[in-house]
Design a protein around this ligand. Structure first.
Ligand SMILES: NC(=O)c1ccc[n+]([C@@H]2O[C@H](COP(=O)([O-])OP(=O)(O)OC[C@H]3O[C@@H](n4cnc5c(N)ncnc54)[C@H](OP(=O)(O)O)[C@@H]3O)[C@@H](O)[C@H]2O)c1
Length: 302
C-alpha cells in the first residue's frame, strides 16, 4: 500500500484512508443503516488491509462508539482523526447537525470523544468547520494547543472548504487540512496544492466522488459532469468508473491520504485494488482535468 508523509505530523499514512461517516447508525440521516456485525467486520477489514488512517466525528451518530468498541485493541495500528465544534442534537427519528464555537463545547467534545473511542489520546483533532476569526477570537486554537501540551491530542487540524479555507490556511497553525476534491468537483485544487506547499498534511474527502455514476446512492449533478466530460473514454479494460475516479485523486501529489467511505466489503476490495494500481499517467489526469474544466466553464457561461 502506497504511503505518503502527512505534512507536519511527519507520519507515513496510507494514501487510501477510511472515512467512517457511513457507520453512523439508526436515527441519523441518509437511507442506509449498517448493523453492528457489519460495522465490526468493515472496521477490522480496513485495518487488516493495512489502511492506517481513520476519520470520524461526533456528528456521525455512533461511528465513534463503534470505532472504540471494535478497534480499541488495535489502537496502535492506525492514526485516529476526529473533530470538534460538533453539537449534534438527537431527535427521535434523526440527528440534527449543529456547530457551536465555544471553549466549553470543544472541551465536552474532546471528553466525550475520548470516552466513546475508548482511548486516552486522539491523534488528530480537527475543527469541523468554523472560520479563522471565530476560532482565534474565542481562544479555540489556543485550547487545542493546550490539549496538545497535556498529551490529549497529538496534532490539530481543520476540516473545511470554501469560502473559509483561504483565511484558515493563512493562520498557519494547523498540522493538517481536510478538504473536498474529486476530478468531478475540483474546485479546491488550488487550495489543496497551496496547503501541501505550506507543509500541511492534506486529507481529501469525497475522493471517489461519492462512488460516481455506479454508486448505490446516486448524485445526479456529479454524474452529469462524468457524462458531459465523456469520462467513459478513459476506462481501460477491466477498470470500473469508481477505480478511475479514485486513481485520479491518488494521482494528485498534494493528496496525502483520501478517506474514502464505504460500508460494502466488495467496494473496499475494489478500492484497495485501485490503490494498488497506483496513479494514472500524468497525461491522462491532465486530459480528464481539462475536459471537466471545459464542462464547468460551459455551465458557468450558460
Ligand atoms: N465536513 C467534513 O468534515 C466532512 C464532510 C463529509 C465527509 N467527511 C469525511 O469524509 C469521508 C468520505 O466522504 P464522503 O462519504 O462524502 O465521500 P466518498 O468517500 O467520496 O463517498 C462515499 C460513498 O462512495 C461509495 N463508494 C465507495 N467506494 C465505492 C466503490 N468502489 N464503488 C461504488 N461506490 C463506492 C460509498 O458507498 P458504499 O458504502 O455502497 O460503498 C459511499 O456512499 C466521510 O466518511 C467522513 O469521514 C467529512
Amino acid at each position: 500500500m502506497q504511503t505518503r508523509l502527512l505534512g507536519r505530523t511527519k507520519q507515513q499514512v496510507t494514501q487510501l484512508g477510511y472515512g467512517s461517516m457511513g457507520l453512523r447508525g439508526p436515527a441519523t440521516w441518509g437511507v442506509r443503516v449498517v448493523d453492528e456485525s457489519s460495522a465490526d467486520r468493515m472496521l477490522n477489514s480496513v485495518l487488516d488491509a493495512g489502511i492506517n488512517f481513520i476519520d470520524t466525528a461526533p456528528d456521525y451518530g455512533i461511528s465513534e462508539e463503534r470505532i472504540g468498541r471494535y478497534l480499541r485493541r488495535r489502537r496502535d495500528d492506525f492514526l485516529l482523526a476526529t473533530k470538534c465544534g460538533c453539537d449534534p442534537l438527537q431527535h427521535e427519528d434523526h440527528l440534527e447537525i449543529r456547530h457551536t464555537w465555544t471553549r466549553q463545547r470543544i472541551r465536552t467534545n474532546l471528553e466525550e470523544s475520548l470516552r466513546r473511542l475508548q482511548t486516552d489520546m486522539i491523534d488528530l483533532l480537527q475543527f469541523h468547520g468554523g472560520d479563522a476569526d471565530t476560532l482565534q477570537n474565542e481562544g479555540l486554537i489556543d485550547l487545542l494547543l493546550e490539549f496538545r501540551e497535556r498529551g490529549l491530542i497529538r496534532w490539530l487540524g481543520i476540516s473545511s472548504s470554501l469560502p473559509n479555507l483561504p483565511k484558515l490556511l493563512q493562520l498557519d497553525v494547523f498540522d493538517t487540512v481536510q478538504l473536498p476534491w474529486s476530478c468531478l468537483d475540483p474546485r479546491h485544487a488550488p487550495l489543496m496544492d497551496q496547503a501541501a506547499e505550506q507543509g500541511l498534511g492534506v486529507i481529501v474527502r469525497g475522493g471517489i466522488a461519492q462512488g460516481g455514476p455506479d454508486a448505490e446512492i446516486q448524485r445526479p449533478l456529479l454524474n452529469q459532469v462524468w457524462e458531459q466530460a465523456g469520462l467513459d473514454d478513459f476506462l481501460s479494460s477491466g477498470m470500473s468508473r469508481a477505480e478511475l475516479l479514485l486513481r485520479c485523486t491518488l494521482s494528485r501529489t498534494s493528496c496525502h491520504t483520501t478517506i474514502v467511505g464505504t460500508c460494502n466489503p466488495e467496494h473496499l476490495r475494489e478500492n484497495l485494488r485501485a490503490a494498488e494500481h497506483g496513479p494514472l499517467p500524468a497525461s491522462v489526469l491532465q486530459e480528464i482535468e481539462d475536459r471537466v474544466s471545459k464542462v464547468q466553464k460551459g455551465k458557468a457561461t450558460s
